[in-house]
Every structure is written in C-alpha cells, then in structure tokens.
Design a protein around this ligand. Sequence first.
Ligand code: PRP
Length: 214
Amino acid sequence: MSERLRIALTKGRLQDKSVALFEQAGLDCTPVRDPGRRLIHALPNYPLDCVLAKAPDVITYVEHGVCDLGIVGKDTILEKGGSFYEVLDLGFGACRFALAVPEGTDFYASYKARTIASKYPNVTRAFFQSKGMNVDIIKIEGSVELAPILGLADGIVDIVETGATLRANGLVPIETVAQVSARLIVNTASIKLHKNAIEDFIRRCEQAMGKETL
Ligand code: PRP
C-alpha cells in the first residue's frame, strides 16, 4: 500500500509548525525545511507530497481535489468557506478574532452607523448580523490597525495573538468574535478514495500531537 497523498501547507508561520508536527510523527521533512524556490516536495520516507501555498489557495486546491489534504487557519476557513471536511484541530497557530476600538471610545454608545475595517469582511458581517447590528464594512488588505488611527473606521475586526499590535496602536479588544487555530482539512472525494492512507496520516498527526508541545 503506497498510494501517494498530496497535502497543501499554508506558507509562513503555519508551515514551520506543520513541519514540526510531521517530524514528530516520524516523517522526514528535509525537502520542506530547505525548500529554495521549489513549491512541491516529495517526502522521502512517507507517501506524501507537500505543496506550499497561500492560505486561501490551500482551500481552493483541496476543494478542487488537486490536493487531498490541507493545513489552514480557521480564520481563512471562516472567511472563505468552501466544501471540504475539517477533520482535526491541530492546536497550533492559536489566536482569536477580536473587535477592537480606540482606547477610551464607547463603541456601543451611539445609534449612528459604525464603520468597521477588516481583512475579513465576511467574518465581520456575520458577527454583526448575529448581533442584529448594521455596520459599514471596509476591506483592508493588511495593517488594519491603521484604519481607526487615520479616521477611516470606528473599529476593526482582526486577528489578535499577543495583543502587542493593538496596544502599540492605541486600540483595545472589546469582544472576541471567534477562536482560531490551524485545522487539517480533507477533500470530500479523497476521504473515500484514499480512506486507509488518510486514516493513517490522521492517526499519525493525532499521536504526534499527544507527545508534542508546539
Ligand atoms: C496579524 C494581525 C495583527 C497582528 C496581531 O498581522 O493582522 O496585525 O498579526 O498579532 P499580535 O496580537 O501578536 O500583535 P500580520 O502579522 O499577519 O500582518 P498583516 O496585518 O500585514 O496581515
């Protein structure tokens, strides 16, 4: 039995933690540790090819079945959605979505429409809809903390990990929108076509998580 699986890994922070987990599971990740400009890597001692991709593309590749598996943050899953199975909370990459506002402001004080800046407009919309609040949402591509400082928004919905970026920019978190961590996702057809191989891989990840402090 050596069906090869293909997994898409989110480049950057989650990539390092994913590789650490795989190594804990006994997979030789030398090619991914030293990737150069190459974006797909066959592991030498386990039938797995690793693709390095941006977070939303991990979902796209898994949805279309060109990758059987993927590792991606719950933040991207909540924002982009899609059709796949989310089979394991890997625990690492833990942070939260929070609503943050300039220190000293009372966000809920007035009835006038509030403006929220975010890289995650869908998450933001769902959050305020659940509260029955109508807000204007402005999509920002990065460093969202700038928007309230520049007077563009009354608050932001963004990822908070240590809280240092918020503090450094005079913002305070006032509500948690959702908890976030890395998830293992599986293509809906692959889970049937490669049942044994996928089960073996999930079991190895679970065992590695049991003895890992990521
Ligand atoms: C994320 C997020 C915050 C920061 C939070 O940004 O958007 O800006 O990290 O981390 P902290 O709570 O530990 O300070 P990222 O570094 O991904 O850059 P970006 O804003 O340019 O996307």
